[in-house]
Write a protein that binds this ligand. Structure first.
Ligand code: ZN
Length: 261
């Protein structure tokens, strides 16, 4: 599943390859894929004859600026990938299926120069919207400051994992990255967020940064030390203790009962 690291790779591909090319045609065969009142005719009118000028990102939402001033919002969902000129970003082995089935091209554009950009999504859980409300998302996980994290924690009695996974509080952290960061920080995912001490807040902030940096370098959100140990009967890579598997914040959660408190 694409997490912030995979979304960032897709954004970088768009930014490197899809800008300043005139859009000749818009491919929007699936109106269910268009969200917030957007229609195939509406997105065609917004994009045709224009070009993309910049690809930004906030959390897991890709924001593509259009020469008209509009902003195209792309959600990759559970299985979405961005293709520019038929080339995908990231590691193809990551995804369940890589057949080039045109039925999975839920949205895209053909450029006047003959190239194309498509959002390919076998499971159809991604989405496209126009002028998304960026402020419904919290600060991006890459830019999160210690002061922001402390303020976010202080306001909530919910489990710390649920709080850092809540996109309106921090944009970008999904299930795997949250488990990895809390494991690195030595913090129990079920702890009430407002109970974290100053030192624990600092450790968690550093662990989020390290997780993004290290896993980004390794090649994606599936490359975490804890992630590789997920599954029944497995042990903490740090101290060898049997891992605890629970549901926290509605999601399957792995943690170490020995070094996470
Ligand atoms: Zn441990």
């Amino acid at each position: 599943m694409p997490e912030i690291l995979e979304v960032e790779t897709a954004r970088a591909l768009l930014d490197a390859r899809a800008l300043d090319r005139e859009i000749a045609k818009v491919h929007a065969p699936d109106s269910w894929f268009l969200k917030r009142g957007l229609t195939p005719a509406g997105v065609r009118a917004a994009l045709r004859g224009q070009s993309f000028t910049r690809a930004r990102r906030r959390g897991k939402l890709i924001l593509v600026d259009v020469s008209s001033g509009a902003v195209l919002g792309l959600h990759l969902g559970m299985s979405g990938r961005v293709l520019v000129d038929d080339e995908a970003a990231g590691d193809p082995l990551l995804y369940a299926s890589n057949k080039a089935d045109p039925a999975w091209h839920r949205f895209g554009v053909a450029f006047a120069d003959g190239g194309s950009m498509y959002l390919r999504d076998p499971r159809r859980l991604g989405a496209v919207e126009l002028d998304p409300d960026e402020d419904r998302l919290g600060p991006d996980a890459f830019d999160l400051t210690l002061a922001e994290l402390r303020a976010i924690c202080a306001r909530s009695r919910a489990p710390i994992k649920a709080v850092i996974m809540d996109q309106s509080r921090i944009a970008g952290l999904g299930n795997l990255l949250c488990d990895e960061a809390l494991w690195r920080a030595g913090i129990d995912p079920a702890r009430a967020a407002h109970d974290l001490t100053d030192d624990e807040g600092k450790r968690l902030h550093r662990a989020i940064r390290d997780t993004l940096r290290i896993l980004g370098r390794r090649g994606g959100s599936h490359t975490g030390d804890l992630t590789s140990a997920r599954g029944p009967g497995l042990h903490c890579p740090k101290d060898g203790a049997p891992l605890l598997r629970r549901t926290v914040g509605g999601r399957t959660t792995y943690s170490c009962p020995v070094h996470q408190h």
